[in-house]
Design a protein around this ligand. Structure first.
Ligand code: C5P
Length: 213
């Protein structure tokens, strides 16, 4: 069973992906971490993100064992990730890892921007999770504040809008809702309500309400 969850920055798809995977006993891959790790490694090697070669080398040498690195979550790496993610060669270098991950038994939940459209177009269920930019900024700001990051909510909102634009406007694998994806707008839902709504949609789509896969 493969569940694809896409959506814009800070829409809550990561938290949702983790909980949905645990609910069905599936593996979970936060594909944003791949692009963040490529940006981290390219910068650590002294590379310039404007130089396609540095990100491509980092994407080809990426060690998946480093994807749990908590430093990947910084706003700066989110921004840098969206720059390297525009490069079709970087995306191609990360494709096989994501598809292999999805194919492993008993199945997986992958969250990102292009899972339902490019990585797993045949996923059993696709969700497109979104929320208003203001609500996403409010949530991300609270998270960052709790981690002691010194930033304002207005800056977080500006960052989110810039990333939305870059991710939706790029030529290769832009952020968009797959035609057969269910839309889940979490603007007025807390994480528990969003989780229940996601499970209801998935169970209904699988025709197996209440069954744990
Ligand atoms: O999801 P997260 O905010 O961690 O992703 C960081 C960046 O990585 C996104 O803004 C996007 O540019 C890129 N990304 C992508 N495709 C994915 C996942 C993330 O282009 N499947």
């Amino acid at each position: 069973m493969i569940i694809a969850i896409d959506g814009p920055a800070a829409s809550g798809k990561g938290t949702l992906g983790k909980r949905v995977a645990a609910h069905y006993g599936l593996a979970h891959l936060d594909t944003g971490a791949l692009y963040r790790a490529v940006a981290r490694d390219a910068l650590a090697a002294g590379g310039d993100l404007a130089d396609a070669g540095a990100a491509l080398a980092a994407s080809r040498a990426l060690d998946p064992a480093t994807l749990g690195d908590p430093c990947l979550r910084t706003p700066a790496l989110g921004e840098a990730a969206s720059v390297v993610a525009r490069d079709p060669d970087v995306r191609a270098a990360l494709l096989a890892y994501q598809r292999d991950f999805a194919r492993k038994r008993p199945g997986a939940v992958l969250d990102g921007r292009d899972i339902g459209t490019v990585i797993c177009p045949d996923a059993d269920v696709k969700l497109f999770v979104t929320a208003s930019p203001e609500e996403r900024a409010r949530r991300r700001y609270k998270e960052l504040e709790a981690c002691g990051v010194n930033i304002t909510e207005a800056l977080v909102l500006a960052d989110i809008r810039r990333r939305d634009e870059r991710d939706s406007g790029r030529e290769t694998a832009p952020l968009r809702q797959a035609e057969d994806a269910y839309l889940l707008d979490t603007t007025n839902l807390d994480i528990d309500a969003a989780f229940r709504a996601a499970i209801d949609l998935i169970d209904a789509a699988m025709g197996c309400a209440g069954r744990v896969v």
